[in-house]
Design a protein around this ligand. Structure first.
Ligand code: BGC
Length: 737
């Protein structure tokens, strides 16, 4: 990359909160054949050439493990250049050939300062905004010109006066630019890599569906959908007039605007107008919201002048679920929206509060659903690259990827993302490179566990998030205030050991695929299983304890354990009690051992705790807590209460895989199995999955005379309906009547 020859530049004496705009004016000395810009920064940037945006990658350069990897974008700017002869180029207005490249650099994730008013961070301690870029012009006569960032560039404070992921954006359009010479600075260039992930782009536009006054008298717009993105407006205004907008995910029980669950994140845009007609949208940040409060606006401003723009990584949709139940369909929609809202360059836990991290636990819990709903191959390739880079020397995987310096090892189920996610990608897409790329990292992870465990062949005595958010926790339960060991009644040692067994099992399967000798791991796995049975058999009390033992094949008599699980769920009123770790596998294990009816009851439950509870309360995304809003309209809490947290959306993989029954018999669905588990409480259901081998569709419908199945498959498929199994070739099939 040419950019390796450029220098990092910065604004002299600017602290970390200054949002500079770097500028280079240059003249094209002839007719241009092709031209490209390579650029990146230690924040997020927006580049403009001659007043037009370069490229459509929002929040470039994206978020990676910055100490090791920083993506460089390469844009074709041929058609944007002004040439100095009467050329063929459409951007011609100015025949002198003078061009102006401007790049504004905000804090972004790289320098993710907390909001300055929280007083927890001193901007002087952070890096200033820095830019590095290379422009390459090839003229039609064969000459070439290279313009690199160096001391010939200029810089000024930009009209963005404050910017950050948790800060929102302050803009002053009356500010005049005062350009000065840049300062060259020393910063590593060996971290620069080519763009790896799919870009984040503007995807959809939403117009307000309602404009109203709250009981407190505030002017609020409702976009009808909780989403991730920003607002955009166009208006006439006088210089100095202000437009101030705040965002919210939900209204409180009285119908008032509610922002406490953003915690310290200031989710606002403050815009000072220039004179005349103008339009704007934030350039260096994003928000998670459904509602917009207009705190201050120029006279005559109306809701017609504003809309919302949905952002997410560019991903192709591959999975669709539909049913005869409007509530279920809304749940399916909510899961899609939570994936869209949280697949913004990395898989995040939530897109709105002062977190928005790549929590490894949430990432692995939702991963199978994610691979069914969208083509996430490139998206995860990049994130797994960051995971490898972030892995600690001694083998542990941080709890969030990209990592944050102050953060910890993730522990069971979080760090196990290093085995679970590559294996899932292999299973969904049949691409062995996920395994070969990650095998060493997987091995290092399972080698780390015995170095910290207190018991041979188990994983005990270690810190863990346990069955996070489990409902069988003590009554005074609050994850932020209570000892970690009390987060749910599931035994932490059992939970950790079960995930240890699973990761070793994945390493065995992965190693075999790569032709490695895995005898040592096989021996280790059988030791873990027998230690597990010796230690925990007869002590599997909670739903999650049973589910994990079943799912990871650790129980000596699984049928008995499954029967006990079914009995327990019935006895507590057909309610799940599982947290983040038990929930993803609960319905699968019930179905696997013949208790589909209970799995369906849990799915269809409209009361707390149940997937349809939030839906019946008007949710448009998946909530972090089953009762994020309680039946009386009060909130679970102000803290840690996100309304766009996809983890429980993992139930979609049960709907694809069990309710509609689509499963891979060979990786990538090169051969498939279709074994639906219908339930009369739902009249009809269908799943469509675009696999790498083509489209699979499985649909069923109850009719007057029984049930009718429609199956479409691009590959040889085992179809199991009731007790009858048949093998069919590619084609469309109808069974039943
Ligand atoms: C996140 C979770 C995450 C957890 C760790 C929370 O704040 O939002 O989803 O996995 O911390 O337990």
């Amino acid at each position: 990359m040419l950019i390796q020859h450029a220098s990092w530049i910065r604004m002299k004496d600017a602290d970390a909160l200054v949002v500079p705009v770097f500028r280079r004016i240059f003249t094209c000395r002839g007719r241009v054949k092709e031209a490209a810009l390579e650029v990146t920064c230690d924040g997020v940037y927006e580049a403009q050439l001659n007043g037009s945006r370069v490229g459509d990658f929002i929040l470039a350069p994206g978020w990676t493990e910055y100490s090791k990897r920083l993506q460089v974008q390469r844009y074709d700017i041929t058609s944007m250049l002004r040439e100095n002869s009467a050329g063929h180029n459409s951007a011609q207005e100015n025949s002198s050939g003078e061009n102006c490249l401007e790049v504004t650099v905000g804090n972004g994730w790289f320098r993710r300062t907390n909001a300055p008013w929280t007083g927890t961070q001193n901007p002087d301690e952070f890096l200033p905004a820095m830019l590095i870029a290379a422009l390459h012009i090839v003229y039609e006569d064969g000459r070439e010109e290279v313009i690199l960032t160096d001391d010939s560039w200029e810089v000024s404070r930009s009209t963005v006066t404050l910017s950050g992921i948790f800060i929102g954006e302050d803009v002053d359009m009356t500010l005049e630019m005062k350009f000065e010479k840049v300062q060259i600075c020393v910063y590593p260039k060996n971290i620069l890599i080519e763009q790896e992930g799919p870009p984040v782009r503007e995807q959809e536009i939403l117009c307000p569906c309602r404009s109203f006054r709250t009981p407190k008298g505030e002017w609020v717009l409702d976009f009808g959908q909780n989403m991730t993105g920003y607002m955009a407006f166009e208006m006439d205004a006088h210089a100095g007039e202000r437009l101030s907008l705040s965002t919210a995910e939900v209204l409180d029980r009285d119908g008032n605007f509610y922002t406490a669950n953003y915690r310290s994140a200031r989710s606002q845009l403050h815009y000072i107008c220039r004179e005349g007609h103008q339009s704007y949208k934030p350039r260096l940040t994003f928000f998670g919201f459904r509602y917009l409060r207009i705190d201050e606006a120029p006279e005559n401003f109306s809701e017609d002048q504003i809309h919302a723009i949905v952002l997410h990584s560019e991903l192709t949709r591959t999975g669709w679920l539909a049913s005869s139940s409007p509530l279920l369909n809304q749940l399916f929609e909510n899961i899609i929206w939570s994936q869209k809202g949280n697949y913004l360059d990395i898989p995040t836990d939530c897109p709105q509060r002062d977190e928005r991290y790549g929590w490894t636990g949430d990432g692995q819990i939702f991963c199978r659903t994610a691979t069914y709903q969208y083509d996430v191959r490139q998206f995860f390739r990049k994130w797994l690259g960051d995971m490898r880079s972030a892995q600690h020397e001694n083998g542990w995987i941080p709890e969030v990827i990209p990592s944050l310096t102050a953060y910890n090892p993730g522990g069971a189920a979080w760090s196990d993302a290093v085995t679970i996610i590559p294996w899932q990608l292999y299973e969904t897409y049949g691409d062995i490179s996920y395994i070969s790329d990650m095998y060493e990292a997987m091995e290092r992870w399972i080698a780390y566990i015995p170095t910290v465990s207190k018991t041979p062949y188990l994983w005990t005595g270690c810190w863990t998030y346990g069955d996070w958010l489990a409902l069988d926790a003590p009554p005074d339960y609050h994850p932020a205030t209570i000892e970690l060991s009390k987060r749910g009644y599931s035994n932490d040692d059992l939970v950790c050991s079960a995930f240890y067994a699973n990761s070793v099992d994945i390493v065995i399967r992965a190693g075999k695929l790569l032709g490695r000798d895995v005898k040592v791991y096989e021996e280790l796995h059988s030791q873990i299983v027998s230690a597990f049975q010796k230690t925990f058999e007869g002590r599997m009390n909670t739903q999650t304890e049973k589910v994990l033992a079943l799912h990871f094949n650790l129980a000596s008599s699984p049928e008995t354990l499954a029967a006990a699980l079914a009995k327990q769920i019935r006895a507590c009123g057909m309610k799940l009690q599982t947290g983040l770790l038990g929930t993803p596998y609960l319905l699968h294990e019930l179905t696997r051992y013949g208790y589909s009816e209970i799995a369906w009851s849990l799915l269809l439950r409209r009361e707390y705790p149940g997937w349809l509870y939030s839906v019946s309360r008007g949710a448009t995304t998946v909530w972090e807590h089953w009762d994020g809003i309680k039946p009386d309209g009060s909130f679970w809490d102000d803290d840690m209460n996100s309304y766009n947290h996809y983890a429980y959306g993992c139930v979609a993989d049960w709907v694809f895989g069990k309710a509609c029954g689509i499963q891979p018999l060979e990786p990538g669905f090169a051969r498939a199995k279709i074994e639906p588990h219908p339930d009369r409480r739902v009249q009809s259901m269908s799943a469509v999955l675009d696999t790498v081998h083509g489209r699979i569709r499985s649909a069923w419908k109850y009719t007057d005379s029984g049930i009718r199945y429609e199956i479409e498959t691009p590959v040889q498929t085992e179809i199991i309906l009731g007790n009858k199994k048949r093998v069919v070739e590619k084609g469309r099939y109808i069974f039943g009547n």
